[in-house]
Structure formats: structure tokens, C-alpha cells
Design a protein around this ligand. Sequence first.
Ligand code: NAD
Length: 337
Amino acid sequence: MTDMTLKVAILGAGQAGARHITGFLAVEHAQITAVADTDADLARREADRSGATPFQDWRTALDAASELDAVVVALPHHLHAEAACMAAERGLHVLMEKPMGSSLAEGRRIEEACRTAGVVLMICFVHRFRDEAIQAKAWIEAGHIGVPVNCMETIASPRGSHLGSWINSPDLSGGGVLLYTGVHAMDRLLWLVDAPLRDVHASTRTLTAGSRVEEAVTALLTFDNGAMATLNVTGPTYPAGGTSWRSEIYGTEGVIRIRARQSVEIAGNSLAQRIEVDDTSTRDGENYNFKRQAERFVQAVRDGEVSPIPGRTGLAVLEACQRIYDRGIHGPQFALR
Ligand SMILES: NC(=O)c1ccc[n+]([C@@H]2O[C@H](COP(=O)([O-])OP(=O)(O)OC[C@H]3O[C@@H](n4cnc5c(N)ncnc54)[C@H](O)[C@@H]3O)[C@@H](O)[C@H]2O)c1
């Protein structure tokens, strides 16, 4: 453990960047020194809130801020690889928004650049830091559901005008709702089942006339340990309420049910328990998981630990998404490679 305070640049101050700023401001041993966004007003506002210097491009932020230790890449997907690789080449640790890149090749470039530079690369699968997910993982690791057999994973998140228009461009986003939202659900499945993906069957659809990216995905997945899962991802453009996700993991000895921001429960041979989690969100703020994520990143850098969510995890999720695109025979086709 060193007594270093990490100097951090936030690259992109939009939806995700603002939550990262809130997270880092609540963390000890970290100081936001630069905030970059092409929207000058947004950059200034978020920099003021952070006591940082505003920049209007991520490159100028890297060039000007000579004493940086780390960056948070919260940019549109097509900029992830260039920003992360340049940061790594300068010896900066990288907290990388999902998906790792807008293509598998980009993800691999990022992983290699960070490995070669010897910097921490942590992928922002921030749902893992919510109480309900932490509890579910602990029950599984303690053996309370036996071996996972049959899983149902559902996530829905509206794609309205509150989001950047780039998410609807295959060139800028790399894909549709699967890459912007579904990656969280795919990561959760791979994490909770804890086995490599074997077979993938999938279909993709659009919900909006003229959409150039998929807005709905259904997949049937099997895993090397025999588990199977259905994955449902939907991104309606009509007012469908906020982001919601739920997971059900049926094992040989019991079942875990997660209702995001509501509850997590287990019922089985060795344990029956239900925990309400909305109190935690109310007490610590809706985005308390961003603070926990920032804490773990800072700790990994300061203590020289391995990344809590390393590049290979981000790559496994990208590979799984590519396999869905390969099998999604109805609707737009993408090539992440
Ligand atoms: N973990 C989560 O809960 C979560 C939520 C939303 C988005 N994300 C991820 O965060 C990333 C950003 O998504 P978002 O929804 O915040 O997008 P956004 O459009 O809201 O924010 C991106 C910001 O980057 C800025 N930008 C564009 N080009 C730039 C440049 N050259 N230099 C500096 N700034 C530039 C834009 O002006 C914009 O403000 C994506 O990878 C997305 O998948 C994660």
C-alpha cells in the first residue's frame, strides 16, 4: 500500500462520465484533475463540480495533464480503443467503460496495450457492485444452489433522446442494444455461471422503422459446465420506464432470484432468505455502485493488485456478443471482428 493519491482524468462527461465523477468524488485517495468533453459547457460544469481543469477533447486532456495517473474512458464506443491505448502507452491506468471496444479487434488491442504497459485495466461492469449481485455471487460461491443449471437473464433499457445519437450508428457504436445495454446481462451470466460459453443460438430484431442497429435480442446459451440460459435484451424508444433487469439462476440445490434495485432471494435445500435492497440505494444514492467501482480501481492501482475485472473478462463478453451477432439471423447483421 502506498500513500499515493491517484490523479484521474475523466474522458467523456455524458451519461456515464457524470456518474464516474460522482463516484470518484466520494472516494479517498483519488482526485479528478481533468474532465474532457467536446461539449464545452458540459466539460466546464463537470470540471467545476470536480475541482478539475476542463478540456474539449480527450487527446488534449492527455497532452496537457502531465501528472496524471489514470483515465476513465467514458466516450462513445468508436473512441474507446484509441483513447485507452494512448493512455496505456503513457503509463496511465485505465478504467474502461463497457463494451471494451466497438469490435473484438479493438478489445484485443486495448488488452494488449495495457498488458504491455503493465497498467491496470478494469472493465466497468458496474452492476457487479450492486448489493443484490454481490449477495447472489456469495450464495453461489458458498454452494447454496449447487451447480447452476437453468438461468433466465432479462434486461430492458429505453433508448430515447436522453441518450447520445451515436448509439444508433453502427459505425460509432459497433452494434445496438446488445453492446450498449446487453453486455451487462452477458457479463452477469458469465460471472454467475462461472464457466465458458459453449453454444449460442440467437435472433435479433429492430423495434423502430429504419433503425440501423438491433433493438431486441433473444439468445439461448449453453455453458461448458452444462448450464443453459436464456438472455433477453430490449431497448424500446417509447417511454417504457427506467432500466430494469432481473436474473434467475436455478441450480441443483436451489434458486436465486435477483430483481435489480428491489430484492435478492434464495430458496433451496440449505437456505431460504430474501433481502430487500432498495434501502441501500436510497441511503447511498442510486449510483452507489459507481463509488464502489472507483474504490476497487483505486485500491488495485495503489496496492499493485490484479484488476478486479480484467481485460479478459471484457473480451469474453465481446466474444459472446459476436457469437450472438453471428447467429442472429433475422434483422441487421454486424461484424465485431
Ligand atoms: N455502466 C453504465 O451504467 C453505463 C451507462 C451508460 C453508458 N455507459 C457506457 O459509457 C460510455 C459512454 O456512453 P454515454 O451513454 O455516457 O454516452 P454520452 O453520449 O452520454 O457521453 C459521451 C460523451 O463523450 C463526449 N465526446 C465525444 N467525443 C469526444 C472527444 N473526442 N473528446 C471528449 N469527449 C468526447 C460527448 O460529447 C459525450 O458527452 C459508453 O461506453 C457506454 O456504453 C455505461
